[in-house]
Design a protein around this ligand. Structure first.
Ligand SMILES: [Zn+2]
Length: 199
């Protein structure tokens, strides 16, 4: 489905790479941008440029940040006894939005997926182990997504940390299987955290 205009088609191709966006939606979005006043389109492209130029990865938790440490790691008032392990920064935002969790996070930057060539070395697992050695963490909450990959990752970590003496828990019911934390509302997310079970 091409429009015949190379400039429009290039934008459609780029938008269609985004998750959950088919070519038809990509074309609708491209035409929407085309119909907006010029400042909107320039603002959009500038904000995407800034996103790549000014955002970096937090050296502690691997959340994104634009200062030395991310907005969570720079808070000294948080509970150093709690560590929540998640797949991506979007899950971190979801949990933060509940206002219910006071510990720290560790972003794995993905989940184990042998068919996609993602093994333990591709994730921030070594960095997690190093942090657990230096922080007085009492409980690690495995909050990877309730998908096959997320479950496999949680199980892998549970085994890896099994003998470390730290309490391990997995987020509880409320989140549909096969789902992603990224699209869960605040109440469901709060319940999932409350209902976490010890592993
Ligand atoms: Zn951080």
């Amino acid at each position: 489905m091409k429009t015949g205009d190379p400039i429009v088609d290039r934008l459609v191709d780029l938008i269609a790479k985004m998750p959950g966006i088919g070519r038809k939606t990509a074309q609708r979005l491209a035409f929407f941008i085309l119909a907006q006043p010029e400042p909107y389109a320039l603002d959009l492209s500038e904000s995407i440029r800034q996103l790549k130029e000014n955002l970096r990865t937090c050296p502690q938790c691997f959340n994104f940040c634009h200062q030395e440490l991310c907005s969570v790691c720079s808070q000294t008032s948080r509970d150093t006894g709690l560590m929540c392990v998640i797949e991506d920064a979007m899950s971190l935002n979801q949990i933060e939005r509940t206002g219910h969790y006071r510990g720290y996070y560790h972003v794995l930057q993905g989940a184990l997926s042998p068919i996609h060539g993602i093994g333990p070395k591709e994730l921030r697992i070594q960095e997690l182990l190093a942090r657990l050695k230096t922080m007085p963490v009492q409980e690690v909450i495995l909050a990877t997504n309730p998908t096959l990959e997320g479950e496999a990752t949680a199980m892998y970590l549970a085994e890896l940390l099994g003998e470390s003496g730290v309490k391990l828990s997995r987020i509880g019911t409320g989140i549909p299987m096969g789902g992603s934390l990224d699209y869960v509302d605040e109440i469901t997310m709060t319940k999932a955290l409350d209902n976490r079970r010890t592993l």
